[in-house]
Design a protein around this ligand. Structure first.
Ligand SMILES: [Zn+2]
Ligand SMILES: [Zn+2]
Length: 448
């Protein structure tokens, strides 16, 4: 049910995935912001089949903040349902979106996730993509739309809508600024209402020297002749790792000849897109890219075909294998895990959050063996975790971002579990007592 009313919107909130908002303008036009997939617990995934009843005749456009699956994963369903309008996004988002949607479809067909759409639906999304530049405002009916760099992943945006009398900002996912790769998050100077993410609203990123930790792990296998396995996410994290390895090699903190494999077709394709967009790099990376490819270095091998993936196991000597998926719930990391985990000379390094129910989480919690392809695989590898690599702002950065917006009236905390939203909400009330803080429920309709 949608309430028609001036400046109202309905939301998906109270969880980190399934991002979707619908704004109803003062002229009764609808604008949708993101249409992401619910991920994780089965009861959340069921929501993917529940399509909000949007009157497409009134929908003047769909805006996409970035190409992570929890923001874009249901877009193809819109076209299946009869929407024929445009989706506005940055150029880099358009390029990553294609990979994300096709990869999701491929995984779904292999039984890893629900099949929600077809190739044809994906083509409809891509055909309907309209490219937007940061800081170039455009009109959707009576509403002015402007994209700002959210500094989260390549192409990510915060979006500001200016209606007759109100300015509304959708934060999108806010980056962990200053970021290792992309430009730092841009602050929004003014808004009446803020729809703000709160993923890390109750947490601070730990202070860790990531390069030193990475270097130590590689040094250890250089001495033992073993293998370092790194399960990694394809977007941003993999490029971040490659860039750090590039620096570790040029500064001779690790040996130039140590082989580093990227065994992730999706990771390689995303890296190709990153290489095409130096205009989106932060200062250090721009400077770096002027004299050297920051994602390529001596001893680096990209493994594109699956036969080659298996032949890595015959290579002797120290090596690093970066492969998806990041939580070990699928992907090429599994065959490497099956082969290498029983050996005590193996190191397994996690570089991201491991959700409950994933193999990664079980290993971190001390599982003695894991089940891969029906085989019990002993975990005798040394397990380590780097916590500080995150593409999300932590509590301090979220408050910093909020603090740059002058005299907002209302803030709606979304894209966060309830404990995170509540802690962040209390802190906002404390620093800005005049601001009304609200935590919308799933499908709640709110008057702005
Ligand atoms: Zn994201
Ligand atoms: Zn660099």
């Amino acid at each position: 049910m949608i309430l028609y009313g001036e400046n109202s919107f309905f939301v998906a909130a109270g969880t980190v995935t399934g991002s979707c908002f619908c704004y109803v303008s003062s002229a009764d036009e609808f604008i949708m912001v993101d249409f992401g997939m619910f991920q994780g617990l089965p009861e959340l995934q069921e929501l993917n089949g529940k399509i909000p009843q949007i009157p497409f005749s009134k929908l003047t456009g769909v805006l996409l903040t970035h190409a992570h699956l929890d923001h874009c994963g249901r877009l193809p369903i819109l076209y299946r349902q009869g929407y024929s309008g445009k989706i506005y996004m940055t150029k880099a988002t358009r390029e990553i979106l294609e990979l994300t949607l096709l990869d999701t479809l491929k995984l779904a067909r292999h039984g890893e996730g629900p099949v929600l759409f077809s190739e044809q639906d994906v083509s409809s999304v891509l055909r309907s993509a309209s490219i937007v530049d940061y800081h170039v405002p455009f009109q959707l009916g009576s509403v002015t739309v402007e994209f700002f760099d959210a500094g989260h992943i390549l192409g990510s945006a915060s979006i500001v809508l200016t209606d007759a009398t109100k300015k509304i900002v959708f934060s999108g996912d806010i980056g962990n600024f200053p970021e290792d790769i992309v430009r730092p998050t841009e602050f929004i100077k003014e808004a009446d209402s803020i729809i703000m993410e709160s993923t890390y609203g109750d947490r601070l990123h730990p202070v860790e020297d990531v390069d030193a930790l990475l270097g130590e792990q590689v040094k250890a296998i250089e001495q033992s002749g073993g293998t370092l396995l790194i399960p990694s996410f394809s977007i941003e994290r993999t490029q971040d790792l490659l860039h750090r390895f590039d620096h570790l090699k040029t500064s001779r903190k690790i040996a130039a000849q140590t082989k580093i494999y990227l065994d992730s077709p999706m990771g390689s394709s995303v890296t190709d897109i990153y290489e095409k967009h130096p205009e989106l790099y932060n200062d250090e990376l721009s400077e770096h890219a002027r004299h050297d490819n920051p994602f390529n270095f001596q001893g680096f091998h990209e493994v594109r075909d699956s036969k080659e993936s298996q032949s890595i196991h015959h290579e002797i000597g120290p090596k690093v294998i970066i492969a998806g998926s990041g939580m070990m719930n699928g992907g090429r990391i599994l065959s490497h895990a099956k082969f290498y985990l029983p050996s005590p000379s193996t190191r397994l390094l996690f570089v991201g959050f491991q959700a409950e129910g994933t193999m990664g989480r079980r290993i971190i919690e001390g599982a003695e063996y894991v089940l891969i392809d029906g085989t019990e695989v002993l975990v005798r590898a040394e397990v380590a975790v780097i916590h500080a690599l995150s593409a999300h702002a932590d509590q301090k950065q979220l408050l910093d971002w909020f603090g740059h917006i002058s005299s907002p009236q209302k803030v709606f905390l979304v894209h966060g579990e309830n404990p995170a939203r509540e802690v962040l909400g209390d802190l906002i009330k404390h620093i800005a007592p005049k601001v009304k803080v609200h935590m919308p429920d799933y499908e709640e309709e709110i008057s702005l």
